[in-house]
Design a protein around this ligand. Structure first.
Ligand SMILES: NC(=O)c1ccc[n+]([C@@H]2O[C@H](COP(=O)([O-])OP(=O)(O)OC[C@H]3O[C@@H](n4cnc5c(N)ncnc54)[C@H](OP(=O)(O)O)[C@@H]3O)[C@@H](O)[C@H]2O)c1
Length: 273
């Protein structure tokens, strides 16, 4: 039985993946905020050969993410894969109680903390892999002097820019740990009918309803994700849109930009100790 940690595993793509993993006999450790969703999946897992553990955590908070990391590393000495899916959309710029822009905190910072924080148990696995499910390869410019969108915020722009930060996180991780066993994969699922968790205005809600009606189901994203977990790519960093590989040698995944972002993020995190 292999162990996979899935953030945002209570709904959407993460939940579809968790179902497949426990149905085939693996252990899915899912993280989300809603205990009812966690219990429902635990009930489903009870009649399967696998296992499901639900951890309740608000990963938009650095303190809660650090606490969750402590629980994960205490309870799971070996982790075979980490799949990062947690995401929450805000039409209006929102700050967490730690004073960080919510999208930046959840969609980027928690993924960085989990990627580096789970290195220990990942290194104990045979072929460990981190799959960061976001939107790799988008060419939205990065507003370097305003990563948390204080001057101008719109939902789509903030999400795309934070997606780019995840691309650079992948590059930094590979630069630092590429000679180790953990492979880093950036994965774009394409438009998929999920819960689209968020607090959005009526126009955005209507748009998301239309998208959901036309989109493929979350189960359609599971086979390409499983392939990456079962047979991780050989290169330290790769990116995929479903099964199609993207070129990570492009400027969008620049090592120099990745180092610049790491410096800014390290400074920020040092202030949140
Ligand atoms: N769906 C698409 O069309 C699409 C397209 C491109 C990329 N993606 C990427 O695919 C990934 C998964 O998206 P999805 O559409 O499957 O997601 P989703 O259905 O909206 O589900 C979001 C998940 O994130 C969790 N979550 C939200 N806020 C959280 C918080 N503060 N702390 C911990 N967990 C939190 C939710 O759990 P609770 O409900 O328990 O809080 C839920 O499990 C995302 O990274 C997204 O960027 C999706």
């Amino acid at each position: 039985m292999k162990t996979y940690v899935i953030t945002g595993g209570t709904d959407g793509i993460g939940a579809a993946l968790a179902r497949e993993l426990f149905s085939r006999g693996d252990h899915a450790v899912i993280i989300g905020t809603d205990p009812r969703k966690g219990r429902r999946l635990q009930d489903e897992a009870a009649s399967t050969p696998g296992d499901l553990t639900f951890l309740q955590a608000d990963l938009s908070l650095v303190a809660a993410t650090r606490h969750t990391l402590d629980r994960l590393t205490d309870q799971h000495p070996v982790i075979d894969g980490v799949v990062l899916c947690a995401r929450f959309m805000h039409s209006r710029r929102t700050e967490t109680e730690e004073g960080l822009e919510h999208n930046f905190a959840l969609f980027y910072l928690s993924r960085l903390l989990l990627s580096y924080g789970l290195l220990g148990p990942l290194r104990n696995a045979d072929r460990p892999v981190i799959v960061n499910v976001a939107g790799p390869g988008h060419d939205t410019p990065i507003t370097w002097d305003d990563l948390q969108s204080t001057r101008h915020y719109d939902l789509v722009g903030a999400m795309f820019m934070t997606g780019r930060l995840n691309d650079l996180l992948g590059r930094s991780f590979a630069e630092r740990h590429g000679d180790g066993p953990v492979r880093y994969v950036l994965f774009h699922p394409g438009t998929t009918a999920t819960s689209y968790a968020g607090k959005v205005d009526p126009a955005t809600a209507a748009y998301l309803r239309q998208q959901r009606a036309r989109a493929k189901p979350a189960t359609a994203v599971v086979p390409p994700l499983l392939r990456l977990l079962d047979d991780p790519p050989a290169s330290p960093l790769t990116a995929f849109q479903l099964a199609t590989e993207l070129d990570v040698r492009s400027e969008l995944f620049s090592a120099e930009d990745a180092r610049r972002l790491s410096r800014l993020t390290d400074d920020l995190l040092a202030r949140l100790r």
